[in-house]
Design a protein around this ligand. Sequence first.
Ligand code: ADE
Ligand code: ZN
Length: 328
Amino acid sequence: MTDFRSVPKVELHLHLEGAAPPGFIRALAAEKNIDLAGVFNSDGSYAWSNFAEFLVTYHKACEVLTGPDEFRRLAEAVLEKSASDGVIYTEIFIAPDICGGGDPVAWGEYLAALYEGAAAAKAAHGIEARYISTCIRNLGADKAENAARLTVDHAGPMLTGWGMGGEERDGSAADFVRAFAIASEAGLGITSHAGELVGPLSVEETLDYLPVSRIGHGVRAIEDASLVARLVADGIVLEVNPGSNISLDVFPTWGAHPIDALRGAGVKVTVSTDDPPYFHTDMVHEYQMLARTFGWDAAVFSEINGTAIDAAFCDEDTKTKLKERLTS
Ligand code: ADE
Ligand code: ZN
């Protein structure tokens, strides 16, 4: 089996808090004397058994991230791990509702710390990062609009995208038209989670109502051939997270995952890890499993990473430099 660790990789879909190593969260809990009952299994891994429980554990673990400095330390730890897996560029989801609870002053302080963490990781490990600010779907449209306004106020070289995560089974993409318009009009790159827990209809609504160039997951589109054709025709890029989907039982096995079929149909697919410690994965594991399951070789991974750079929410100069690093 090829050692994929040294293969340069581009990751477009990674939740900052969801990438927190359990040991990092446990150490902060001890430091701050915070009780995290229920967050961990006896083997030290995150405890959850379905998507709703995953979200509960995720937000409970966030209780130890009490201020900007904890987020700086988290960003550095997450980027160090990504770099050690061969990731040269990553886009990280953050949320104003988690970083400062939607308060404008606090949000600015959290962002400054997050930029500091990314700069330190770049200096130490050469990894390039950008942040995508997100609303949390289950918090509703008003909070989403507030989050979008806070995001636009700080749009810049490091805060380059806007998206939506959270409970996909709550509400419709139509509820978030205003929030996405605020972000899109400011020139931010736009993505949204859809087609993960809900079927093709949620992908269709996202394309109908939100100005996305990318979709987080989108894999349930495979259930509707006309929707797959629409993704191809519109050049929509999917941020696919196969290990996450299997862990959450969206598909029963790696062999049943549609990433290869979507690629075969002409959809632009990329590979990411979503919330890697929660789903017992990392980028090296994803590449190993894709190679083992679908026979993906260096040429396919090179194509996937090229697609990811083209779809990245960063400036052209950075894209050129990343493409040089992919081929050198
Ligand atoms: N937030 C963190 N991980 C998520 C996922 N996989 N889907 C939706 N929201 C999330
Ligand atoms: Zn996600």
